[in-house]
Design a protein. Structure first.
Length: 501
């Protein structure tokens, strides 16, 4: 977007762009979200920034009226496969908090000095400033949503000291942590409670079908899913965690709520980031639907299901195992195989009803050959990949791009383009993957065009017309393939459907 496109967006107070850029006003020294209800500033006084960190580094403070930190993130980090996009995915996952700037730079293959120069040029702020902005956003969320002690919030958000926490909150929000907490809505838990229940912001519309997607793939003991909720255990850098995400379509604002049952506070930023990735909460559904809806093959599905989401991955290594197990078999068969494999997982340190163990680590998977069923070649391929992940020979994750992910995975025995594409969709959030050889995709195309009209002679079979959102087209096709189809009689009319008792 150029300057005037962004200016028109803030003049219209368009909520779709909240979090995608920030508006700084020189006459007030304040930066806002695009939908801020304040009077539209003069264009001559406005500067737009890609990140809140860049606005803060330029000397601006956050608006107390619109709270620009309380917005969904930008989908640009998934669309962009360059160094800046890869770095932001890792920063959001807490890599700087755990490994510092040197650790981030090493993962990306650059020196820290060169990485700082790239990010400052591309995003207007260096890695430390970007991480600091993320800490401030996490701190604000915890202050207004929980009753945690201020010292606990400081370390949970990633600050190294309470003093640093106090100084950052005062600089970014021009308020003390206590004053910021006082802005919370009535009903926030009082101080001292151990409950952690957070509202997850997202851009509307939101299709809750992602809960059903996760539910049919849920592994007993590790995951529990319903059409409106999802709970699971998860291994994080400092220990294991347990959480639940629930959607209330009937409540005002249709809230999406994260309840954390157990987590090491140092892992909280990573947990928040991964849950947001799992539910694709930084997507721009209106932009996606407007492109998909132009395609005749998808138009009806988009109109029926606005705001479809692309499920992410909570753990890249786990996702590869699940993808390899699920190759060329049904979802139900894959779930059965993974349930058998899950017996190798470690017990959870904080079990709850229906959740008592963790998904097997790569080392546990590599030692669980006796639990695997199916063709020997597939089993050997899975054990080989698990061993390579366990000993560090195979490394991949949120900081990869499509090229580096392909280079890491495709040489593995038993891994083909479908597996690489599926992992790219869910681990990287790559929005433009089309799994042309997927049986469910082909069935979905037939389901959306039962009369044989596949969209006209000019329509490309790889759906290139809806680029860069072909991953979302894939989600629609999978959804269509999973729906029970009404049989057609010889005259071409729908036959009566028998309902089983």
């Amino acid at each position: 977007m150029d300057f005037w496109q962004r200016y028109r967006a803030i003049d219209a107070r368009d909520t779709r762009f909240d979090g995608q850029f920030f508006t700084a006003v020189r006459s007030t020294s304040i930066y806002c979200r695009p939908s801020c209800p304040a009077r539209t500033p003069k264009a001559s006084n406005v500067t737009f920034y890609e990140t809140s960190a860049a606005a803060h580094d330029a000397g601006y403070r956050a608006c107390k009226r619109c709270l620009p930190e309380a917005v969904p993130g930008t989908p640009a980090w998934n669309i962009r496969q360059d160094v800046a996009g890869r770095a932001m995915r890792l920063i959001n996952d807490g890599v700087i908090n755990r490994d510092g700037v040197e650790g981030l730079a090493a993962r990306l293959g650059y020196s820290s000095r060169q990485l700082n120069r790239i990010l400052t040029h591309e995003l207007g702020a260096g890695p430390l400033s970007l991480a600091r902005a993320g800490r401030a956003q996490t701190a604000r969320t915890l202050l207004v949503s929980t009753g945690m002690k201020l010292a606990d919030i400081a370390f949970a958000a990633g600050f190294s000291s309470v003093r640093q926490f106090n100084e950052t909150v005062a600089e970014v929000f021009a308020m003390t942590p206590s004053a910021l907490r006082a802005t919370a809505r009535p009903g926030t838990p009082a101080g001292g409670t151990t409950a952690l229940s957070l509202s997850l912001p997202y851009r509307r519309p939101f299709d809750p079908g992602i809960f059903s997607f996760l539910a049919v793939r849920a592994i007993p003991g590790i995951e529990v899913g319903t059409p409106t909720s999802y709970a699971r255990t998860l291994r994080l850098p400092h220990g294991d965690a347990r959480f639940t995400v629930a959607y209330d379509d009937g409540a005002r604002g249709r809230p999406l709520t994260l309840t954390v049952g157990a987590v090491d506070l140092r892992d909280l930023p990573a947990l928040l980031s991964r849950v947001r990735r799992l539910f694709d909460l930084d997507a721009d559904p209106e932009a996606i639907d407007s492109t998909l809806g132009v395609d005749r093959r998808l138009a009806a599905a988009v109109a029926e299901t606005p705001g479809i989401r692309m499920p992410g991955a909570l753990d890249p290594q786990e996702l590869l195992v699940r993808a390899m197990v699920g190759q060329q078999i049904t979802v139900a068969a894959a779930r059965t195989a993974l349930t058998q494999l899950s017996a190798a997982g470690s017990p959870s340190s904080s079990p709850a009803e229906g959740l008592d163990r963790l998904f097997p680590s790569p080392a546990e998977t590599a030692a669980a050959g006796h639990l695997l069923r199916g063709p020997r070649r597939r089993t050997e391929s899975l054990l080989h990949a698990a061993s390579a992940m366990a000993d560090g020979q195979l490394q991949f994750g949120y900081g990869d791009d499509l090229a580096s992910l392909t280079a890491a995975l495709l040489p593995l025995p038993g891994v083909g383009p479908w597996t690489v594409g599926y992992v790219a969709m869910r681990v990287l959030g790559a929005p433009d993957i089309f799994l042309a050889n997927d049986a469910a995709v082909r069935n979905g195309i037939r389901a959306l065009a039962p009369g044989g009209d596949a969209g006209g002679d000019a329509a490309a079979p790889d759906f290139r017309e809806v680029s860069p959102w072909r991953s979302y087209a894939t989600m629609h096709l999978w959804r269509a393939a999973a729906k029970p189809r009404q049989p057609i009689d010889r005259r071409g009319t729908p036959a009566p459907v028998k309902v089983m008792p």
